[in-house]
Design a binder for this molecule. Structure first.
Ligand code: PHE
Length: 345
């Protein structure tokens, strides 16, 4: 091996040297820099080097000696501070770096709060498939075959799968619950739903719903109203009021839209409530007797109410987010703003 190669080999050895105990550190010093050490030996051999090589090799040799000394100091310090011979990088006394922790998405937060509110008054939580058949999404819910909601405009059909579609509401889950259990039934169905809508600040082709169902003997519209009033006050505070407007759904009779007093402006009118002081938050009604019968529940014995709301709308009223699309972009600057809330709930 030429002197140059031996220098390179020792440079490598110095770089990789490890020593845990004071003894090992001393052994490193002796092996490299001691009177019979490897580096010292190279200095002896250097005397035989041809004059024209002396300058370049001499420099490298001096560097090697310096780095062996520096490495020895390092190892010595590390063994004294108990760092196990590992190389300390950077300043070990600086404050610890905080990892950026993620947090729950605002839609998740609001969904959880809605679910908790109903769970506290005795509702169970039920879930079902997002790819749904015609029976659960439409037929059992009393949609006539030519109802416009079945139209390609609103529904994403699964290509080549005949009667299957992405569910357009979580009422499909309630059909499954009614088919599979006996009253009393008190359940809510949170989940993602899909509609073929153009994406804008106010609409998206997928969104989240929480739908509720209560079936028992003698369930009344008054109970529905009382429950929804309780829900809205739990979510938004005791001063918020609701009002109901007659409406139509194939699966409820009578049906209503529920408005709540606008939390953004508190009454006088703003862009969110379109200057009316009221915001529509859900649909509801008494379960149509035909739907109960379709699901194997005797409508002569039982009655029920149902309601359904969009989580994004409730989130908009909670957080005043002006544009729905922000929920889907996953821009951390947006998501970060809900961190404090995530830890509160
Ligand atoms: N399923 C309806 C929708 O998707 C909401 C609703 C549920 C209305 C229950 C009335 C009763 O819009």
């Amino acid at each position: 091996m030429s002197l140059s190669e031996r220098i390179a080999a020792l440079e490598e050895e110095v770089r990789n040297a490890a020593a845990r105990t004071a003894d090992e550190v001393e052994r490193f010093r002796v092996a490299m820099l001691g009177r019979n050490g490897a580096v010292t030996a190279l200095f002896d051999d250097f005397k035989q080097v041809a004059a024209e090589e002396k300058r370049a090799l001499g420099q490298r040799l001096n560097q090697l000696k310096q780095s062996a000394q520096a490495r020895w100091e390092e190892l010595k310090q590390a063994s004294e501070t108990g760092a196990g011979g590992a190389v300390q990088e950077g300043d070990p006394t600086r404050p610890a770096a905080i990892d950026a922790a993620g947090s729950l998405h605002p839609i998740t937060l609001v969904r959880q709060r809605i679910v908790d509110t109903f769970a506290r008054i005795g509702f169970t939580v039920s879930q079902g498939p997002e790819v749904e058949d015609d029976h659960h999404n439409f037929s059992a819910l009393n949609f006539p075959p030519d109802h416009p909601a079945r139209d390609m405009q609103d529904t994403f059909f699964v290509e080549g799968a005949g009667q299957y579609a992405l569910r357009t509401h979580t009422s499909s889950v309630q059909v499954r619950v009614m088919e599979g259990s006996k009253p009393p039934i008190r359940t809510i169905s949170p989940g993602r739903v899909y509609r073929n809508e153009a994406i804008s600040a106010r609409a998206h082709c997928m969104f989240h719903q929480v739908e509720g169902l209560y079936v028992d003997k003698g369930v009344s519209f008054a109970e529905l109203k009382g429950t929804l009033d309780h829900f809205v006050k739990s979510m938004f505070g005791p001063d918020v009021r609701i009002r109901m407007r007659p409406s139509y759904f194939p699966f409820t009779e009578p049906s209503a839209e529920v408005d709540m007093s606008c939390t953004i402006c508190g009454g006088p009118g703003c862009t969110v409530c379109k200057h009316s002081g009221w915001v529509e938050i859900m649909g509801c009604g008494m379960v149509d007797p035909a739907v109960l019968a379709n699901c194997g529940i005797d409508p002569e014995v039982y009655s029920g109410y149902a309601f359904g709301m969009g989580v994004e709308r409730i989130a908009q009223l909670t957080y005043r987010v002006p544009d729905l699309r922000l929920y889907w972009e996953n821009d951390v600057r947006f998501l970060e703003q809900f961190r404090a809330d995530a830890f509160r709930s």
